[in-house]
Design a protein around this ligand. Structure first.
Ligand SMILES: Cc1ncc(COP(=O)(O)O)c(C=O)c1O
Length: 343
């Protein structure tokens, strides 16, 4: 019963087979290969427009490199206070941007709102040399608390970004889970809603290690290619990363996997809501469940071997825990977890 992270499970056979196939024969290195070239077409089809696609091997690199390309060293990036870039990337964004400021904004359920950003902007006056200059908004889709931005919410953030001359970046480490929830097209969920650059995740949803930075204005990728090389993310055997991404999006595999993960999380949430004293802390809209459980229930689950993270210290006899379901979470694990929780 492993609910630690969607990274806990391995990779799907379709992707492993694609990697094995990429291991045969010889290819030009550093992304000059046929598999990587195909990727641009595949993603152009997927997003219904020409895009620039840069494969990298971690979500942290995708976020830090894309934001460094969008934001000057004296820039300010508005993100949620609980966002991964603000809390879990060891100041990679600050480092890659050479010192840009991450402004952590508080708003419910880890979802940014224009009002919260406007309030934060009061302290970052454009043109005032004492202030870091507003340069980007970064939203996470699906969010760190398992919630999903609706299209009108993304558009409202994009309008806010435009009003203030900022770019809109989306951390899509779990973009598939959000899209499976929204049921819209990848285009609608990104550039049509005003997203400029997307960190497109695959690792958490069945790949071995593959992410892509996608620029929706392919003619304006600025110095991204140089930054990726300088950061050590221009992989010489890029074809293995590209092959994963290609297999991931082929025939809708990514969305099938994400829908499965989301369905497991929904089942968990439904069951846990019946546990006396339990409280679901955030709407369960993707593949993560945040729930306050009585400490006795937490202890019982751990004794039975269940694995999950505490998300806050125990308080008033309950602990907020995080459960993440994945593309490969066995139905029997969900059933057993609920049986134990319900006592
Ligand atoms: C929302 C979000 N963004 C980015 C990342 C970073 O991914 P990686 O661990 O591959 O650097 C994670 C990983 O947990 C994440 O949850």
């Amino acid at each position: 019963m492993n609910f630690l992270s969607d990274n806990a499970r391995g990779a799907v056979p379709e992707i492993l087979r694609a990697m094995a196939a990429a291991g045969e024969g010889a290819y030009a290195p550093y992304g000059d290969d046929a598999i990587t070239a195909l990727l641009e077409h595949r993603f152009a089809e997927l997003f219904e427009r020409a895009v620039a696609v840069f494969p990298v091997i971690s979500g942290t690199a995708a976020n830090a490199l894309s934001l460094a390309t969008l934001v000057p060293p004296h820039g300010a990036i508005f993100c949620h206070a609980d966002s991964h870039i603000a809390t879990d990337e060891c100041s990679a964004v600050e480092s890659f941007t050479h010192g840009a400021k991450l402004v952590g904004v508080e708003s419910p359920h880890a979802k940014l709102t224009p009002a919260a950003i406007e309030e934060a902007l009061m302290r970052f006056q454009k043109g005032l040399v004492h202030h870091a200059q507003p340069a980007a908004i970064s939203l996470t889709q699906s969010s760190e608390f398992g919630t999903v931005y609706r299209l009108d919410e993304i558009r409202a953030l994009s309008d806010c970004a435009r009003r203030h001359g900022m770019a809109l970046h989306m951390d899509g480490a779990r973009f598939a889970n959000a899209l499976a929830r929204l049921g819209c097209t990848p285009a609608e969920a990104t550039w049509r809603a005003g997203v400029d650059v997307l960190s497109f995740g695959a690792t958490k949803n069945g790949a071995v290690g593959a992410e892509a930075v996608i620029f929706f204005a392919p003619g304006n990728t600025r110095d991204f290619a140089f930054r990726r090389k300088k950061a050590g993310h221009l992989i010489s055997k890029m074809r293995f990363v590209s092959a994963q991404l290609e297999a991931y999006v082929k025939d809708g595999l990514w969305l099938k996997l994400a829908a499965r993960a989301n369905a497991s999380a929904a089942l968990l949430a439904e069951g846990l809501a019946q546990v006396p004293g339990a409280e679901i802390a955030h709407p369960v809209e993707a593949n993560a469940v945040f729930v306050r459980l009585p400490d006795a229930v937490v202890a019982r689950l751990r004794e039975a071997g269940a694995q999950f993270y505490d998300w806050a210290p125990p308080k008033d006899g309950r602990t907020l825990v995080r459960l993440v379901a994945s593309f490969a979470t066995p139905e029997s694990d969900v059933a057993k977890f609920l049986e134990i929780a319900l006592g």
